[in-house]
Design a protein around this ligand. Structure first.
Ligand code: PHE
Length: 348
């Protein structure tokens, strides 16, 4: 009896893990534990045994059964997994996103930046970027902004303690670092890197020590535009502005320049625009940004000859444009991340 049971166990252990189909597993288990199976046959012998031998025989058969049954279950599970993997091609790709996962949306400021960059990409501009942390030279000196200019005042510019910034990266490492107060510093970085001609748009963060209210934020976003080539004129700047505001606010948009002053442009202007599609603000001049022809001193500071090259630059506030386009009344909406506000820009 014991030998027979061991034979049946050995057979189950060798056949079941190698069975290829559920049918094979079913046939093997029928052969062992089915009504006409070998183990069942042994159980039927028990009543014919001597009374004293019956309990031991029954125990052995039950032990064998308890070992064989899990082998059968495992074989079925293994084959099912193999068939599933085959149906899915290779093994299932667990990195695929869950189709039920809620999808986020792009932030309205990102959407505004992309929209404006797309408008200028059509005119051959590329996107340039630089760091938020700058030295005074890139942010001011190179931009023809003297040491006594109010923009450099610690009151409205965020300087870094000298020791917190590693003296590496630039040849101006011995200077004070600051969070750039405008994106105009990217003009300098881009011209030093690429030379001229150059046509870039530089979106990014700018920082000023401002008290936060409905229209002010200490951290806001600007898009800098710079175009330098031979023979770039004021009329090219005006044409670019007309193109920008018609693209943003429709064909009815008008643009005008008012004389102004920036140390890095000469002449300098404030840009006003007017549009028929702006609700309460329709058909009124709205001051929107600063611009001008790049000052010859700025070109000299980056090694370009102002007798050969000329160009224009402007700096546009992203929040301001987004607020006008979407009639948003408070700049703080952009930063508090209330999903009820953000979802309105999902386009879904
Ligand atoms: N950097 C200026 C500002 O932040 C804007 C500007 C950019 C003006 C380029 C002229 C040319 O106010």
């Amino acid at each position: 009896m014991e030998n027979k049971i061991n034979d049946i166990l050995a057979k189950a252990k060798s056949l079941l893990p190698n069975a290829k189909t559920k049918g094979e597993v079913a046939a093997i288990s029928a052969d062992i534990t089915g009504p006409n199976g070998s183990l069942t046959a042994l159980m039927k012998i028990i009543p014919t045994l001597e009374k004293s031998q019956r309990p031991a025989a029954g125990k052995m058969i039950n032990m064998a059964k308890s070992q064989i049954e899990p082998l059968i279950t495992q074989a079925y599970a293994r084959i099912e997994n193999e068939q599933m993997a085959q149906a899915l091609g290779e093994s299932p790709d667990i990195t695929l996103p869950n189709i039920d996962a809620p999808m986020g949306t792009l932030h309205p400021l990102t959407l505004t930046i992309r929209k404006i960059c797309d408008i200028f990409k059509k005119a051959g501009f590329t996107v340039a970027e630089a760091t938020d942390l700058e030295t005074e030279w890139f942010c001011f000196d190179a931009l023809n902004t003297p040491a006594d200019h109010p923009a450099r005042d610690a009151q409205d510019t965020l300087f870094m303690p000298r020791q917190t910034v590693a003296a590496n990266v630039t040849k101006h490492a011995d200077e004070l670092y600051l969070l750039r107060s405008h994106t105009s510093s990217v003009q300098i970085r881009a011209m030093l890197k690429e030379g001229a001609p150059i046509k870039i748009l530089a979106p990014g963060r700018a920082f000023r020590r401002d008290t936060v209210d409905a229209t002010h934020s200490a951290n806001f976003h600007q898009i800098e535009c710079l175009y330098i080539d031979k023979d770039v004129r004021l009329t090219d700047l005006k044409a670019a502005l007309v193109y920008l505001f018609k693209s943003l606010f429709g064909e009815s948009a008008k643009t005008r320049l008012r004389p102004s002053f920036f140390p890095f442009t000469e002449p300098s202007f404030e840009v006003d625009f007017m549009s028929a599609n702006l609700g309460k603000l329709s058909n009124k001049w709205i001051e929107i940004m600063g611009c001008g022809m790049v000052d010859p001193n700025v070109l000299k500071n980056v090694g370009l000859d102002p007798d050969v090259y000329s160009g224009y630059a402007f700096g546009l506030g992203v929040e301001r444009v987004a607020m006008l386009v979407h009639s948003i009344d408070d700049i703080r909406h952009f930063y508090t991340n209330d999903v009820r506000f953000l979802r309105q820009f999902s386009g879904r």
